[in-house]
Design a protein around this ligand. Structure first.
Ligand SMILES: O=C1C[C@@](O)(C(=O)O)C[C@@H](O)[C@@H]1O
Length: 254
């Protein structure tokens, strides 16, 4: 369990995180206002989708404004690389610098660190981000396929070994069995250690099950949209919350 601004991630129903995916300043402000009023537990700013992501000063200005609007909702700063399905074409050194600047700004609570891109070079930033006072999500994405269960487990363990607060994996299923593979890996990790704060996502339509049933298998956060999605398969926040609530009440049945 990881607690940020009173939100207990890894306890009870999975927390709902809504990403801000707008390209420009006005869109980001508008999205922040909508999310601030929503039932989102967490917010992710996908800075890589902002057209000014290469300009650190602009990025910090936007981050500061979003922070003010979001009040007490925990804010995740994400710079998703093109290699892992995002919009950032910065090199590893530039990406590390931006993550550190964001973490030092005190405007975000958590920084998403891609653990395997740029030859794993961002791993060395995890401690520096922590020293700057922010939490870390170590992440890995595969937009083409779902690795075998053993590989999913070893990737999550490798991320955890780097000392991140939360480990996340999002992969693409090419069959319904791939969805089961991801859920099976999630459950095994949860059984090994129920205190494992992990996020495991199977993307696209057939992966939707993984986005609503985290409480059954041990995934702590689920991503939902208000308007535009940031990855295939995300449900609207209201539908997601309704299904999660139904499944949660099912779990209470003796
Ligand atoms: O890593 C993730 C998970 C995600 O890719 C998803 O599938 O919901 C959405 C991204 O915005 C986020 O950074």
């Amino acid at each position: 369990m990881v607690e940020i601004r009173g939100v207990r991630i890894g306890e009870g129903t999975p927390k709902i995180c809504v990403p801000i995916v707008s390209r420009d300043f006005d869109g980001i402000i508008e999205a922040s206002r909508l999310i601030a009023r929503s039932k989102a537990d967490l917010v992710e700013w996908r800075a890589d989708l902002f057209h000014g992501y290469k300009d650190t000063e602009k990025v910090m200005e936007v981050l500061g404004e979003a922070r003010k609007i979001l009040g007490d909702k925990p804010l995740i700063f994400t710079l998703r690389s093109a290699q892992e399905g995002g919009g950032s074409e910065l090199n590893g050194e530039q990406a590390a610098k931006l993550l550190l600047t964001a973490s030092a700004s005190r405007s975000c609570d958590i920084v998403d660190v891609e653990m395997f891109s740029y030859g794993g070079m961002l791993r060395t930033t995890v401690d520096d981000v922590r020293r700057n006072g922010a939490g870390t999500i170590g992440s890995y994405h595969d937009f083409r396929k779902t690795p075998q269960k053993a590989e999913i487990i070893s990737r999550i363990k490798e991320i955890q070994a780097s000392g991140t607060d939360i480990a996340k994996i999002a992969v693409m299923p090419n069959s319904r069995r791939d969805v089961l593979e991801l859920l099976d890996a999630t459950l095994t990790l949860n059984e090994e250690d129920p205190d494992n704060t992990i996020i495991c996502i199977s993307m696209s339509g057939i992966g939707t099950l993984s986005r609503v049933a985290g409480e059954f298998f041990g995934s702590a956060v689920t991503f939902a949209s208000i308007g535009e999605v940031s990855a295939p398969g995300q449900l609207g926040i209201d539908s997601l919350a309704t299904v999660q609530d139904i499944l949660h009440s099912g779990l209470q049945i003796e």
